[in-house]
Design a protein. Structure first.
Length: 433
């Protein structure tokens, strides 16, 4: 890890600054939207617009990079982000904000693809796993720090919109000035969605449901907190709790996933997450209970993204793992686009606590479906192989672009091949048939 930080600190710093700015503007939308009198449903569409742009950017960014190069794409998209952030307090109209959110989501997706390509290129085969872990860590730290900055100004003014614009602009400097050469860019041809579903129905459905959950946490948590009457300080604490929980639980859940049937773990983690969300629903008037609910729900739900990728890989041939990444990101993105409007509709029916009800229902559906799937298919691990060591879980956040997910898939494939070469039986792992 020291070697990774020494060789790629500039890129990691740039990525963290980028995530800080993104985290701040994400919550700021909910708070300022409430001040401007936007309805819950309008705010849910604004939140959804970000994920629509992000999904579009993840599909088009590789083409743009191959056409004009990393540096030009990076500079152009960065200018769009800074301009859009400054325009929010000027264009205080819900539909204008939707357009700006699409632009920001699209541009950030392209920037992530570029930056992650640079980070991946600066790592060696021996340090790529540590580089991925370092990337995941700076993402989480950036998400938490961004919420802290929400307390530095008045959400009804201009300052809090200027701060993320400055941070995003500053994030480009260490990346563009890094000594790492401009990487060659190639993406793997994605696996068809039909083939992906046939290989892993639970992975397919689970990624859609996790798109619901993550977009609700990232896009609608501040909307919920504003409507619940929380102060700016309490809003920043509650939203931070979701991401702090992800930091705390990511590695313990990853460790467990390498030691047991991942379907069983998915079932219990989803079930525990549903009960955790019910704490916020039942005790909505007690801030400490809401804070605990956010910490536990975020901590249990966010690692599920990487857990589902690892589970899906258990049913894929080694050479298909990287190809599956495009499909996994796409279906997760579809869930992320659909999530906020459903949350907004439910909050309109039940009040602010409908936010927690949505999380509880979605995670409960995840638990029920994973339990049902256990009755439909043999486990990925032979029951008699008690000493079997699973291919290592790779931590990855839902905010990552296709480059980071493909890197995780490649590491998984390499570990699978090493396991086979060391004498482990490949027959212990189903191959998607």
């Amino acid at each position: 890890m020291k070697q990774v930080i020494a060789s790629a600190w500039a890129i990691l710093l740039g990525l963290m600054l980028l995530q800080v700015g993104n985290s701040l503007q994400g919550s700021l939308m909910g708070v300022r939207g409430g001040i401007e009198g936007f309805t819950t449903y309008q705010l849910s569409l604004i939140a959804s617009a970000y994920f629509l742009g992000f999904l579009g950017g993840s599909r088009l960014a590789p083409y743009m990079i191959r056409r004009v190069g990393h540096v030009r794409v990076f500079a152009a998209l960065g200018s769009f982000i800074s301009a859009a952030l400054i325009l929010y307090p000027v264009l205080t109209d819900a539909y204008a904000w939707m357009v700006l959110r699409v632009i920001i989501g699209f541009s950030l997706s392209g920037v992530y693809v570029t930056a992650e390509s640079w980070l991946n290129n600066s790592a060696t085969n021996e340090t790529r796993g540590q580089a991925l872990s370092a990337y995941m860590l700076v993402q989480m730290v950036g998400l938490v720090l961004g919420q802290g900055l929400l307390n530095l100004g008045d959400p009804s003014g201009f300052v809090l919109f200027i701060i993320p614009s400055v941070l995003v602009s500053l994030s480009f400097a260490p990346i563009l000035l890094a000594v790492a050469p401009t990487p060659a860019f190639e993406t793997t041809r994605p696996m068809s969605l039909v083939q992906l579903y046939r290989n892993s129905p639970l992975g397919f459905v689970g990624m859609i449901l996790m798109g619901f959950v993550f977009s609700a946490q990232f896009g609608m948590a501040a909307v919920y907190a504003t409507q619940a009457g929380m102060s700016v300080r309490e809003i920043s604490m509650m939203v931070s709790a979701f991401f702090i929980g992800g930091i705390v639980f990511q590695y313990p859940i990853g460790w467990l996933s390498d030691k047991m049937d991942r379907r069983v773990l998915i079932f219990f983690v989803a079930l525990a997450g549903a009960f955790s969300a019910l704490i916020g629903y039942l005790f909505e008037n007690t801030f400490e209970a809401v804070l605990l609910s956010a910490l536990l729900t975020g901590g249990l739900a966010q690692p599920m993204y990487a857990l589902l990728i690892a589970y899906t890989n258990d049913y894929l041939e080694t050479q298909d793992m990287a190809a599956a990444s495009g499909g996994l990101i796409f279906i997760n993105g579809l869930g992320a686009i659909a999530g906020p409007p459903v949350v907004g509709w439910l909050m309109g029916l039940t009040g602010p606590r409908g936010f927690w009800l949505f999380l509880a229902i979605t995670l409960a559906v995840m638990a029920v479906y994973s339990g049902w799937r256990m009755t439909r298919r043999q486990s990925a691990y032979a029951a008699e192989a008690e000493d079997y060591d699973a291919v290592p879980y790779s931590p990855i956040m839902p905010t990552a672009s296709m480059v980071a997910v493909e890197t995780a898939q490649e590491l998984y494939a390499e570990a699978s091949e090493e396991m086979a070469e060391s004498g482990e039986s490949e027959e212990q792992r189903p191959t998607g048939t």
